[in-house]
Design a binder for this molecule. Structure first.
Ligand code: NAD
Length: 514
C-alpha cells in the first residue's frame, strides 16, 4: 500500500470514500442526514494532509437548513427507535459493531490519512469503535431503574428515559474513536444523535454514520453534520430538539459550548484537555517506567488529551531517567503515518504546529534545557508538520511548558524529593484529567491513586483505556463522564413513578370526596 506524495493522498481517499459510502463521485461528500449523504450548502472547507502539507479534498459546510433537517429527522427516528423492544435495539447495536469490524482496515486508512496518525494506532482505535457498539449492545436490555422502599403505601420506582436528541461535538485528534465513544451510549439509552466532528477530520465519522445506518438503525437516528464549529455546531445546539450537548475538545471552546447550552437551559458534558503528571519513584521498575514515559507522551505525537506531558521523577534517579528517556526518544521512528514502522507521525494541522512551537520556545526562554528533539519543522524532504519528539529537563512546574496544554510530542521532566512533593506538584495545575505512578511499593501506589486529583489514574501503566471504565475530568478538564455505566446514565433523564397501593386512600387533611 503506497500513497502518492504528489496527490497528497487524494487518490487513496477518493478510492476509500467511494467504496465505503457507495458513491461514484467524491463531490457527493457532505453531511450524513436522515440516511442520505448531502453535499453541504455553506463555505468550502479544504482538508490538508498533515504529512505533506497539501490539500487532498474539499467539501462544504452543512449550512443552517441541513442542520434543521437533521434535527427533525433525529426527533422522528428517536421515537421509532424507542418504540422497539430493548432486545431489538441491542441486536441492532451489535450489528453496528459488526459493520464497523467488517470495514475496519479501510476505516483505519481513512483515519490515518486525515488525522495524520500512524496506521498501527488507527487500527487499534477503529477496533475499539466496534467494541463500543458491542459493549453498549449488551446494556440495552439491562438499563433498569430501582424499586424504592418508600415509607408510604406507594410502589415507587425509577425509569431511565432518553433525553430525546443530543448534540455531540468532537475534536480532530481521535475522530473515529470519539465518534463511537459518544454515539454508542447515546443510542443505547434511546436517543437520536446530531454529531459534528472537527471540520479538519470529518471522513471517518461520516463513514461510521453511514455504516450504522446500513446495519439497520432507523434513518435519521444518527446524523453526522460536517462543517465549522461557529456555524454548524452552534446551529445544532440552537435546535429546539437538542436536549443535551456533549463536547469533547479544548477548554476555551468548552466554556463557549457550556454557555450556549446554559442559554437554552439544557445540560452539557465537557471532556476537555489535560496536563497529566506521570510520576516515577526510585523504587520503580525503571525499564518499564522509561518505556511508559515515552508511550505516555509520544504516542499520537502527544496529541492526546491524557498525554503524560509532565514527567515527575524522584531526585535520586532524575539524571539517570532523563538520560535514558532522551536516549530512547532519539531512536523513535518519526515518519509518514501510513508506513507500518512509523511510531510518531506529524502534528495534525498548521495552527496546532505553531502552538507547539510557541510553547516550546517559551520553555527554552524560561530556562528549560532541550536534551533531545528540536524546535521547528523537521527537515528530511517532507513538507508536513513534523515536530521531533522532544525532552526538556530542568523544567519548573510554574513554567508555561508545565502549565499549558501543548498537545504535541514535548515532555517536561520535573524533579521531586518525596511523596508529599510529588503530590503537591502533580496537583499544582488547573487540569485534572489523568495521572500515573511508577513504584514497587503497593501502599504508595494506593496513596498516590487517592491523592492525585484526576479522573483516571494508572499504576505501573499508562494510557490503558476501555469502554467499560468511566472517563472524565476534574477541574478545567471538564465535567460529566463518558464510557461505562456512568457514560450511559449521562444520556438519560431519571423519572420517579409513584403508584398508590393502599385499599383505602390515606387521610388528606381538609379534603373530601364531595
Ligand atoms: P476545539 O475546541 O478547537 O474544537 C473541538 C470541536 O469544537 C470541533 O468540532 C470544532 O469545530 C468545535 N468548535 C469550535 N469552536 C466552536 C464554537 N464556537 N461553537 C461550537 N463548536 C465549536 O478542539 P480541537 O483543537 O479540535 O481538539 C483538541 C482539544 O481537545 C485538546 O484540548 C484536547 O485535550 C481535547 N480533547 C479532550 C478529550 C477528552 O476526552 N477529555 C479527548 C480528545 C481531545
Amino acid at each position: 500500500m503506497t500513497i502518492s506524495m504528489q496527490d497528497h493522498g487524494a487518490h487513496k481517499v477518493t478510492q476509500l470514500l467511494c467504496k465505503l459510502l457507495a458513491i461514484t463521485d467524491i463531490n457527493q461528500f457532505g453531511s450524513f442526514i436522515d440516511g442520505q449523504l448531502c453535499a453541504g450548502e455553506g463555505e468550502q472547507i479544504d482538508l490538508v494532509n498533515a504529512a505533506t502539507g497539501g490539500i487532498f479534498m474539499s467539501y462544504r459546510d452543512a449550512g443552517a437548513e441541513q442542520v434543521q433537517q437533521a434535527a427533525v429527522a433525529a426527533e422522528l427516528a428517536q421515537q421509532q427507535w424507542w418504540d422497539k423492544s430493548a432486545a431489538e435495539r441491542g441486536r441492532l447495536m451489535y450489528a453496528c459493531g459488526q459493520a464497523v469490524r467488517e470495514d475496519q482496515e479501510d476505516l483505519a486508512w481513512l483515519e490515518s490519512i486525515t488525522a495524520g496518525k500512524p496506521i498501527r494506532d488507527c487500527r487499534i482505535e477503529v477496533a475499539k469503535v466496534a467494541e463500543m457498539f458491542e459493549y453498549y449492545a449488551g446494556w440495552c436490555d439491562k438499563l433498569t431503574g430501582q424499586v424504592l422502599p418508600v415509607p408510604t403505601s406507594h410502589m415507587t420506582y425509577t425509569r431511565h428515559e432518553p433525553i430525546g436528541v443530543v448534540t455531540q461535538i468532537t475534536p480532530w485528534n481521535a475522530p473515529a474513536f470519539t465518534c463511537g465513544w459518544q454515539i454508542a451510549p447515546a443510542i443505547c439509552a434511546g436517543n437520536g444523535v446530531l454529531l459534528k466532528p472537527s471540520e479538519l477530520t470529518p471522513l471517518s465519522s461520516t463513514v461510521i454514520g453511514y455504516l450504522l445506518h446500513q446495519a439497520g438503525l432507523p434513518s435519521g437516528l444518527v446524523n453526522i453534520l460536517n462543517g465549522y464549529g461557529h456555524t454548524t455546531a452552534s446551529q445544532a445546539i440552537a435546535q429546539p430538539q437538542t436536549g443535551k450537548v456533549i463536547f469533547v475538545g479544548s477548554p476555551q471552546t468548552g466554556s463557549k459550548i457550556a454557555q450556549a447550552a446554559a442559554l437554552r437551559t439544557i445540560p452539557s458534558v465537557l471532556e476537555l484537555g489535560g496536563k497529566s503528571a506521570n510520576i516515577i519513584f526510585a523504587d520503580a521498575d525503571l525499564d518499564r517506567a522509561v518505556i511508559g514515559a515515552q508511550v505516555a507522551i509520544f504516542s499520537a505525537a502527544g496529541q492526546s488529551c491524557v498525554s503524560g506531558s509532565r514527567l515527575l521523577v524522584q531526585a535520586s534517579i532524575y539524571d539517570q531517567v532523563v538520560q535514558r528517556v532522551a536516549a530512547a526518544t532519539s531512536k523513535l521512528k518519526l515518519g509518514l503515518p501510513w508506513l507500518e514502522d512509523t511510531t510518531v507521525g506529524p502534528i495534525q494541522n498548521a495552527r496546532q504546529f505553531q502552538h507547539v512551537q510557541a510553547i516550546l520556545a517559551s520553555g527554552l526562554e524560561a530556562g528549560a534545557e532541550m536534551v533531545t528533539g528540536g524546535l521547528g519543522l523537521v527537515s528530511g524532504g517532507e513538507q508536513g508538520y513534523f515536530q521531533a519528539p522532544t525532552v526538556l529537563a530542568g523544567v519548573k512546574n510554574h513554567m508555561a511548558v508545565a502549565q499549558e496544554e501543548i498537545f504535541g510530542p514535548v515532555l517536561s521532566v520535573i524533579p521531586f524529593a518525596d511523596e508529599e512533593e510529588a503530590i503537591s506538584i502533580a496537583n499544582a495545575t488547573r487540569f485534572g484529567l489523568a495521572g500515573a505512578v511508577w513504584t514497587g511499593d503497593v501502599g504508595r501506589a494506593h496513596r498516590m491513586a487517592a491523592q492525585v486529583k484526576a479522573g483516571t489514574f494508572w499504576v505501573n501503566s499508562y494510557k490503558a483505556i476501555n469502554v467499560m471504565a468511566p472517563f472524565g475530568g476534574f477541574g478545567d478538564s471538564g465535567y460529566g463522564r463518558s464510557s461505562g455505566y456512568e457514560g450511559l446514565i449521562e444520556y438519560t433523564q431519571t423519572k420517579s413513578v409513584w403508584i398508590e397501593t393502599a385499599a383505602a386512600p390515606a387521610a388528606q387533611f381538609g379534603y373530601s370526596a364531595g
